[in-house]
Design a protein around this ligand. Structure first.
Ligand SMILES: Cc1ncc(COP(=O)(O)O)c(C=O)c1O
Length: 435
């Protein structure tokens, strides 16, 4: 069951030692709540497993797209993780969080010239080049800035991970990276190896997200390592770094069975080692980029029930004060969640209901047809495992203000992102003269 501690005397849902009903009262709803120690222990588990199986050169880099706030980046950096960014905004946030530039990896399938220039000025540790035009652009920016930069090339290894098609990224039909099977990757690497200003360090792949079991990761690692050995033998290019991306599955509902990081890393490391030994290729420095696995289960969203609408013979809608503007995942992927009543997470579930948001879209649902205990106006609902790809995907649709994010630890709750105000909503609006 995801993250369901209850208070001994009250029976209420407790997060990081804080009573969720008190949090709802103090900070209002909808509210994103994070358990700091769960983030820290996920960071530690990934770091320890990485160094145990891939050796002292292994790096764990948090994919900040999962949840990018200065406080969260500070926590992961304090646990010794690097940070992966995919935009100038994420880079800026990482720098504000005082992440060391050398520990930042810059990704993206279409980085703008401005973003590339910002990455160079900041001195990020690695830029993951996505395609040929980007290599050309980066080389001329290096010349303009009188600098050099370390790069990896993003490769599509041709692995079709078993996950939702929107989060599958390793097959040939993907907008990310260059393909192996067409020879494009090899041609581009040969070119990159001799471009002035570019220090080619290695290759990168990310096969998808919310993946269970080690098989797809092992396959990707096998293909990527084999390709590194091919390059060395065929083209005399010795790459020393292999970044295998993220994608490790987490528990949203009971049926999800996440793997401990060591249960994935052990077979991945074994397959890399076997290829290296067979082909006399040096074991590369491995980088891993978990995002969801670091923050998802540390997050919970609290809502207040506004109304309950029974439609006889059809269904019962329970409307809450959030919705797709702060959690678009059901609308995007039909994602499953565990939802509880915060005052009694173990209350007996009776009738199936649909939890609906407040946006003007019929598809603005948080969950459909899930058995819940009796619900009425004013009840606080807690949606579990909402730490990843929720706040970071939030919008202002219908001019709803994005919720606050609070961090809980040992019974103390602090705001790490303030709730947006109406002033925030109109801050960038302009009224042209004469209107
Ligand atoms: C390049 C890269 N690395 C890491 C991740 C993190 O994936 P996850 O949050 O599933 O671990 C992503 C997600 O899109 C990605 O594109």
């Amino acid at each position: 069951m995801p993250n369901k501690d209850t208070g001994h005397s009250t029976g209420h849902l407790i997060i990081g030692g804080c009573d969720t009903l008190d949090l709802a009262m103090r900070f209002g709803t909808p509210l994103h709540v994070l358990d700091e120690m769960r983030i820290r222990s996920a960071c530690r588990a990934y770091r320890q497993a990485a160094s145990a199986h891939f050796g002292p050169l292994a790096r764990v880099v948090y994919a900040s797209k999962a949840l990018c706030t200065t406080a969260v980046l500070r926590i992961v950096a304090s646990e010794g993780l690097g940070v992966d960014v995919v935009s100038g905004g994420e880079l800026h946030t990482a720098l504000c969080a005082r992440v060391r530039p050398a520990d930042i990896v810059f990704h993206g399938n279409n980085k703008t010239p401005r973003e590339l220039a910002e990455a160079l000025s900041a001195g990020v540790g690695r830029i993951v080049v996505d395609n040929e035009e980007e290599l050309t652009r980066l080389a001329s920016l290096c010349a303009e800035h009188g600098t050099e930069t370390d790069i990896l090339l993003r490769i599509k290894p041709g692995v079709s991970a078993h996950t939702h098609e929107y989060v599958r990224t390793g097959a040939i039909d993907s907008k990310f990276g260059v393909a192996l099977e067409t020879g494009e990757a090899e041609r581009l690497l040969i070119r990159a190896a001799s471009v002035p200003g570019i220090r080619l360090r290695g290759i990168h792949c990310h096969i998808g997200s919310q993946i269970f079991g080690p098989d797809s990761f092992v396959e990707a690692a096998r293909i990527m390592t084999g390709f590194m050995a091919d390059l060395s033998e065929r083209d005399g290019i010795l790459l020393t770094e292999l970044n295998l991306g993220g994608g490790y599955g987490v528990r949203y509902v009971d049926e999800d069975t996440p793997d401990a990081p060591e249960d994935v890393f052990r077979p991945v490391a074994a397959s890399i080692r076997e290829i290296c030994e067979n082909r006399a290729f040096p074991f590369p420095a491995i980088c891993l980029e978990p995002g969801r696995a670091i923050v998802a289960e540390a997050g919970t969203t609290l809502y207040t029930v506004g109304s309950v609408k029974h439609i006889p013979g059809v269904r019962t809608y329970v409307a809450v004060d959030g919705g797709m503007f702060e959690n678009p995942r059901y609308a995007l992927y039909g994602s499953a969640y565990e939802i509880v009543r915060a005052d009694d997470p173990n209350a007996v579930r009776t009738d199936p209901v649909t939890i609906a948001g407040k946006c003007c879209e019929s598809g603005d649902l948080i969950q459909e047809h899930i058995p819940m205990p009796p619900l009425g106006t004013g009840d606080i609902l807690a949606v579990m495992s909402t730490g990843a790809y929720h706040y970071s995907m939030a919008s202002n649709y219908n001019r709803n203000a994005r919720p606050a994010v609070v961090l809980c630890r040992e019974g103390r709750a602090v705001e790490i992102v303030r709730r947006e105000s109406y002033e925030d909503l109109v801050r960038n609006d302009c009224i042209p003269e004469g209107l």
